[in-house]
Design a protein around this ligand. Structure first.
Ligand SMILES: [Zn+2]
Length: 260
């Protein structure tokens, strides 16, 4: 039976019900919540494509921490991961797990290593954090029933780290790195999909206006690039310049959709 997994977005809703951005970049342009939600989305997409039963929780930022804990415990997940960005002026990836859980430690170490190698940042590794009472500090780890980890993907207030996750291509890579580690532990291979910015030679190939359009909008010949490597109904978005990959708004940069 497929493993049930939940990828949760950290932050988004504060205790009082307002918006909680989480940490922000030095120039205040980038919010932890907004980057984490895209990483989480790509991660969940990859896991679902690989055959897991994977939910994406709090993408809309409509659940406060205690509501997320409650919702997790109302389900029967085998594994959950909450996605965050770190702050405080360091560099690298680190992943927290429930103290004394060998399975949690295994997931945490694998996820941290996978992010670090894919984004080429420091691997700070698997960690535990305890509060004054000696219990785990993070509620999403302490108060939830399934094996749980909290993923600090990269530092939002360190320029080099931020540059790795500030674009759609980087967020996709990071999500994929997390998914890959989870899949590997379960003996599953991720579906082979083109990486963002990977080039492809088209020879009079049909290009569609959308993922569902029945007839091609045009036929293209030449070198194109996968915009983000994400599959939509069996199609991938392409763009005509490597520099355009992941750039927003997508409508300006995406040439169209192709079938492989
Ligand atoms: Zn956070």
């Amino acid at each position: 039976m497929a493993k049930k997994i939940c990828i949760i977005v950290g932050h988004g809703k504060s205790e009082s019900g307002g918006y909680d951005s989480g940490a922000v970049s030095k120039d205040k342009k980038y919010h932890e919540f907004k980057i984490a939600r895209e990483i989480a989305r790509y991660c969940a997409e990859e896991l679902n494509a690989a055959g897991f039963e994977c939910d994406l929780m709090n993408y809309e930022g409509n659940l406060y921490l205690t509501e997320r804990v409650k919702k997790v415990n109302a389900n029967d997940y085998d594994f959950i991961a909450e996605i965050h960005l770190n702050a405080g002026g360091g560099t690298g990836a680190e992943v927290f797990y429930y103290h004394g859980s060998p399975t949690g430690k295994k997931y945490a170490a694998a996820i941290s290593k996978s992010i670090a190698s894919k984004l080429n940042i420091r691997d700070r590794g698997a960690k535990i954090k305890l509060g004054k009472s000696g219990k785990d500090y993070f509620a999403i780890i302490r108060d939830t029933e399934p094996c749980a980890v909290l993923v600090e993907t990269a530092f939002i207030d360190t320029a080099t780290d931020l540059s790795k996750v500030s674009t759609a291509a980087g967020q996709c890579e990071c999500g994929e790195a997390i998914a890959e580690a989870i899949a590997n532990i379960n003996g599953v291979k991720l579906k082979d999909s083109p990486a963002a910015a990977e080039s492809i030679k088209l020879i009079n190939s049909p290009v569609y206006a959308s993922s569902t359009a029945k007839t091609a909008r045009s036929k293209k010949t030449g070198t194109y690039y996968f915009y983000d490597g994400i599959e939509f109904n069996g199609r991938y978005r392409i763009t005509n310049k490597a520099a355009n990959c992941g750039k927003k708004p997508a409508g300006l940069y995406v040439t169209g959709y192709i079938e492989l």
